[in-house]
Design a protein around this ligand. Structure first.
Ligand code: AKB
Length: 332
């Protein structure tokens, strides 16, 4: 029986991963945790506890009480927030991970940790970035992601902890907003297309990055943890991608569904610099070969689905969204 603890569950990924895990493993088997207790939402349909993963004893106690055998550790700061608060990003992204790995070692848990295209840097081959390549990122986020990948591999080889991870691209979703990321524009643009018919983008028109729709990302996280370990040559972390987008190509796809949609550009130098340090495309053939990864959504199908869901959502709570807020510990 799989008993799961999810940290940072109230973030962009956790908000959709937790219901998906509960669907697969059972509602009571998946304990959602976050430093923030959400006021409402599906996370509260099953067990939920407040948990600050910087408190190692608290992590151990929650894992012990839930008799968990698997931890999805999502708590982290994203790239733009991490550039604003590098010391905090180091403390949260590294401190919480080492606490979780130590608890996992002691309690014999498997651990999923998201890495990112942010684990690459200006010296990485850009199109495509191979699975195994130069990783010398120029951001604090990237530093913590590379160190996190290495730490997870170390806990596997040294202590036998079943650690697995994915290098996520920018994730596009309609349930919970991202917060403090460089790829957040690709979510904001859909909201603004419906709310005002226009969007001002903080990246330049031709900045190309890998992206993925959240249902694919959630499925990837579950599938890599279910993968036959004897087939895995890699563990931390697999490149996974679904599409390569620029703000201009994304705007064109939205315009096909929202006639008259307009995009303007007001480039934020900090986020532009981060984006330019990342690859234009990553090669995810290792994930496809070793555990059968395959994306389902492309730009057109994602755009139709996003707009359908957002129309329903904005009809219900237009004006109550808040994008671009600091993610706190609840990344993903
Ligand atoms: C970010 O923009 O920081 C994240 C990521 C690509 O890891 N979405």
């Amino acid at each position: 029986m799989t008993k799961i603890v999810v940290t940072g569950a109230a973030g962009q990924v956790g908000t959709e991963l937790v219901p998906a895990l509960r669907e697969v493993y059972g509602e009571t088997e998946v304990l959602a945790t976050d430093v923030r207790v959400p006021g409402t939402g599906t996370l509260l349909d099953g067990p939920f506890e407040a948990l600050d993963c910087l408190d190692a004893a608290a992590v151990a106690e929650v894992v012990r009480r839930h008799a968990a055998d698997t931890i999805y550790h999502l708590a982290a700061l994203l790239s733009a927030s991490a550039e604003q608060k590098p010391q905090l990003a180091y403390e949260v992204n590294m401190g919480t991970l080492v606490n979780v790995l130590e608890v996992a070692r002691d309690a014999h848990c498997a651990v999923f940790t998201p890495s990112s295209i942010g684990a690459f840097g200006p010296g990485t081959p850009s199109d495509p970035a191979p699975q195994d390549t130069v990783q010398r990122p120029s951001t604090m986020y990237g530093v913590t992601k590379v160190a996190g990948e290495l730490l997870c591999d170390y806990y596997h080889s040294r202590f036998g902890v079943d650690t697995r991870g994915l290098r996520f691209p920018g994730l596009i979703s309609h349930v919970a907003p991202p917060g403090g990321g460089t790829t957040d524009y690709a979510v904001e643009i859909y909201y603004d297309a419906l709310e005002s018919g226009r969007y001002t983008c903080f990246l330049s028109a031709d900045t190309q990055l890998d992206m993925m729709y959240m249902p694919d990302a959630v499925r990837a996280a579950i599938e890599v943890m279910e993968a036959d370990p004897s087939r895995l040559r890699h563990r931390n972390a697999f490149n996974v991608t679904a599409m390569q987008l620029t703000p201009a190509t994304l705007a064109d796809a939205i315009r096909a569904e929202v006639p008259g949609f307009e995009i303007a550009y007001d480039v934020d130098p900090v986020r532009q610099r981060i984006a330019e340090s990342w690859p234009r495309r990553i090669d995810d053939s290792a994930a496809r070969d070793e555990w059968g990864w395959s994306h389902r959504y492309d730009l057109a199908s994602m755009t139709k689905d996003m707009l359908t869901h957002l129309k329903a959502k904005l009809g219900a709570d237009a004006g109550h969204r808040k994008l671009g807020a600091d993610a706190g510990h609840g990344r993903n």
